[in-house]
Design a binder for this molecule. Structure first.
Ligand SMILES: NC(=O)c1ccc[n+]([C@@H]2O[C@H](COP(=O)([O-])OP(=O)(O)OC[C@H]3O[C@@H](n4cnc5c(N)ncnc54)[C@H](OP(=O)(O)O)[C@@H]3O)[C@@H](O)[C@H]2O)c1
Length: 327
């Protein structure tokens, strides 16, 4: 089978598309024939050796796929050969086959295609956990989403609206904000000139936002801590700007505000029942048509360099997917 393989750390140009041995599922695993594999920001860090979890070399990147179960490992009874699924292997997704523990595999609704399945799990489960368990967001509260056109950001806008918040979607360009419009935010804010604080205050009667969803960090985080409402919560999701910021304790005191960490992997480990409940709810929202994931950038497997460049060149809008096989 064909797989994208990382033999040495560097940019996506270092990856090699090559023929490797077919896989066989072990105990408690299934073999998935991959139709689509999504890219996430952490994939770009992992191939450079800069992520918190680094697999041994050589490895195939890719932690989310949509495809069909083709073989069952010993002891697997909850799936059948032929099931259409979304799967979250920790690595190995950017290949024609991947083996995944059954805990990371879910059957998909009949109305969900494989590209959508590949791009669903990471962004929605992260943003739902952030808003529901970490922020405990209430209807009527103001939610500011930074990096709103990106993967987790777009999901946060959609979910925030669904949960009854007044959503301010913020991004670095008008083109990105035009894209975010599809998730129906209440306000759009362009921080492309580096200014966030005064613009948020102008949109919130000088009070600031109740909940701030921050996958970016750096300068935007610094300003966000200064335009947060009394009792506000700033959700630390990621640091795509490249700088891990520091929270000034006096600002927490003055605003009665909290900085709240969001870590999906740890949540899943520590609170598996809540995690599964969230996931089931998200799939039900999809079935009911309440969530409309948008895959904007689809690339053939051979075009992997262009797909990774969307992230390194800060051009993400929605989800970026490699089409491994036509449906
Ligand atoms: N905590 C968790 O459990 C968890 C789970 C999933 C993902 N994450 C993290 O969340 C972050 C976002 O992931 P994602 O897959 O949604 O990424 P993404 O689609 O690339 O979106 C990231 C956004 O960050 C903004 N950004 C600001 N400075 C940037 C820069 N120098 N380079 C690239 N983007 C920049 C961009 O929006 P603008 O141009 O509009 O600023 C972009 O839309 C990552 O740090 C990821 O590791 C965390």
């Amino acid at each position: 089978m064909k797989a994208l393989v990382c033999h040495s750390y560097g940019t996506s140009e270092n990856l090699v598309l090559e023929n490797v041995n077919d896989l066989a599922p072990d105990k408690g695993q299934v073999l998935v024939e991959v139709f689509a594999a999504s890219l996430n920001f952490p994939d770009t860090l992992q191939i450079q050796g800069k992520y918190q979890f680094q697999p041994p070399m050589p490895f195939t990147p890719g932690s989310e796929v949509g495809g069909i179960v083709r073989a069952l490992g010993p002891g697997v009874s909850e799936f059948q050969v032929g099931d259409r699924v979304m799967a979250t292997p920790s690595i190995g997704g950017m290949a024609e086959q991947v083996v995944v523990a059954t805990s990371g595999v879910r059957k998909i609704p009949d109305n969900m295609d494989f590209k959508t399945a590949a791009g669903f799990a990471m962004v929605y489960t992260t943003s739902y956990h952030a808003l529901k368990q970490r922020a405990n967001i209430k209807p009527g509260e103001t939610l500011l989403v930074l990096g709103a056109s990106g993967g987790v950001g777009m999901a946060a806008v959609e979910l925030g609206k669904m949960m009854g918040a007044r959503v301010i979607a913020a991004a670095s360009s008008d083109e990105k904000l035009d894209f975010v419009r599809q998730a129906d935010p209440d306000e759009l804010l362009n921080y492309g000139d580096g200014e966030l604080k005064e613009k948020v205050k102008a949109l919130t009667d000088d009070k600031g936002a109740d909940v701030i969803y921050d996958p970016v960090g750096g300068n935007l985080f610094d300003q966000a801590t200064r335009c947060i409402n009394w009792n506000g919560r700033i959700l630390v999701v990621g640091f795509t700007s490249g700088r891990i910021p520091e929270y000034k304790a006096n600002l927490a005191l003055l605003k009665g505000a909290s900085m709240v960490g969001v870590f999906l992997g740890r949540f899943r480990k520590e609170e598996p029942v809540e995690y599964e409940k969230n996931f089931a709810e998200l799939l039900e929202f999809y079935r009911q048509g309440k969530l409309k994931p948008i895959i904007t950038q689809t690339f053939a497997m051979e075009e992997y360099v262009a797909a990774f460049n969307v992230f390194s060149e800060r051009r993400v809008m929605g989800k970026v997917v490699l089409q491994i096989r036509q449906e």
